[in-house]
Write a protein that binds this ligand. Structure first.
Ligand code: TRH
Length: 381
């Protein structure tokens, strides 16, 4: 009988919580033959990224995963062999009691947020004894050995490479989104929170000597985009030209199509956690709008990633990268920083590919979790 896993996801905000847990759930089922049950408290958020999800259903099967609505009162169920609490979403008390009461105790893991900060490897895998005698382990994804790795399906890079080697596949995909490629234009996708640096970037793109085609899935960034364009949200059009910049407002696409969008572009502006990782798997330069935390805690996280990611870049390209990511996140002049970054694009493109290859040489998050469980079982035996 295959091992059973429970994954709990509370959608705190946006789509990253469900984005990450859904990927993990389906990969554990598809590649490791596990019986996975995914508990989600907000199925409407799930439906945005996986339109086949029925937001009104208490229980449904999607790609071999049992998706359950995590409502106030959880039905009485036996906890699985491994229980993942994603991003410290507190498990229901009755469920924790049932975990403690199980004849063979489950492995309890708290899947943490992704960070490149150095302390991560010293905390990864540490146990935290709980009042009821159970242990909960901290599991940290990450970019370096000693962390839990990054979510990556085993066939992801092969699928991506096939797509990127096939201009017709890209043309057809973009055409399906209503985008016709503008001759000679650099293709850029934009996914971000409200961002005060956007107008300066758009000005720089519009005035640049080269053409840019900017593809923007609908979302929070419209609050800054539409005023710059001088149009209101009710406008029927979804394509505008300003100087050397063409802007396309796209529908919010499924998670799988979002990958294709990232693979299609020469540079991707991403945010949060999941789109940030997927842009790295696209093997193309990226611009990260990090989720702002209280007291500026996100700056340490941003700089830790930049320090790691920038290793091996020529100094001028490394400096341009840091300046532009800082400006995009609110520190510095975005127009100037963009021009500097733009002039380094050759180095940055080559670097994005080697970064992707290095990351892909490490065990992925799902494999690392399965291995952690095996080790734990052999220690307990
Ligand atoms: O939406 P996010 O800002 O979410 C995250 C999480 O909420 C996380 O808890 C919080 O800590 C964090 O913000 C920093 O960004 P993220 O993580 O990139 O998730 C977005 C998901 O949406 C990702 O799985 C890709 C998906 N997506 C689509 O499916 N279609 C789209 O059109 C777009 C733009 C994104």
């Amino acid at each position: 009988m295959s091992m059973r896993w429970d994954i709990f996801c509370s959608v705190v905000d946006n789509y990253g919580d469900i984005g990450v847990t859904w990927r993990l759930a389906r990969q554990l089922a598809a590649e490791h033959g596990l019986a996975v049950r995914l508990w989600v408290d907000d199925l409407r958020a799930f439906q945005r990224i996986r339109p086949q999800c029925d937001a009104a259903s208490e229980a449904q099967w999607l790609e071999g995963v049992e998706v359950r609505h995590w409502s106030q009162r959880l039905p009485e169920v036996e906890p699985a062999d491994v229980v993942i609490e994603a991003f410290a979403c507190t498990l229901p008390e009755a469920f924790v009691a049932a975990m403690a009461a199980r004849a063979s105790r489950p492995l309890w893991l708290n899947l943490e947020y992704l960070s490149a900060e150095a302390w991560v490897t010293s905390c990864h895998g540490l146990p935290s004894p709980q009042a009821n005698g159970l242990q909960k382990f901290f599991f940290f994804p990450g970019f370096v050995e000693g962390s839990g790795g990054l979510p990556r399906e085993s066939d992801l890079l092969a699928r991506r490479s096939r797509f990127q080697a096939d201009p017709e596949a890209r043309r057809a995909f973009l055409a399906g989104l209503g985008v016709e490629q503008w001759t000679g234009a650099r293709l850029v996708s934009l996914f971000a929170y409200e961002n005060a640096a956007l107008p300066a970037w758009l000005d720089a793109l519009a005035q640049a000597p080269e053409r840019t085609q900017l593809l923007v899935p609908r979302g929070r960034i419209e609050a800054d985009l539409l005023p710059w364009l001088g149009v209101d949200a009710a406008a029927q059009r979804d394509c505008w030209r300003r100087g050397n910049l063409q802007v396309h407002l796209l529908p919010f696409v499924s998670q799988d199509d979002y990958d294709r969008l990232l693979w299609s572009c020469d540079l991707n502006a991403v945010r949060g956690e999941d789109s940030f990782v997927r842009a790295q798997w696209a093997g193309r330069p990226l611009l990260w709008h990090i989720y702002q935390q209280e007291e500026g805690a996100h700056w340490d996280k941003l700089d830790a990633f930049l320090a790691l990611y920038g290793e091996g870049l020529p100094p001028a390209a490394g400096a341009a990268l840091v300046d532009c990511w800082h400006a995009w996140n609110g520190r510095g002049d975005m127009a100037q920083a963009w021009r500097a970054l733009s002039s380094q694009m050759g180095f940055l493109s080559a670097h994005a590919q080697s970064w992707c290859a290095t990351q892909a040489s490490r065990p992925d998050l799902a494999a690392a979790l399965v291995q952690f469980h095996r080790n734990w079982l052999s220690c307990a035996a």
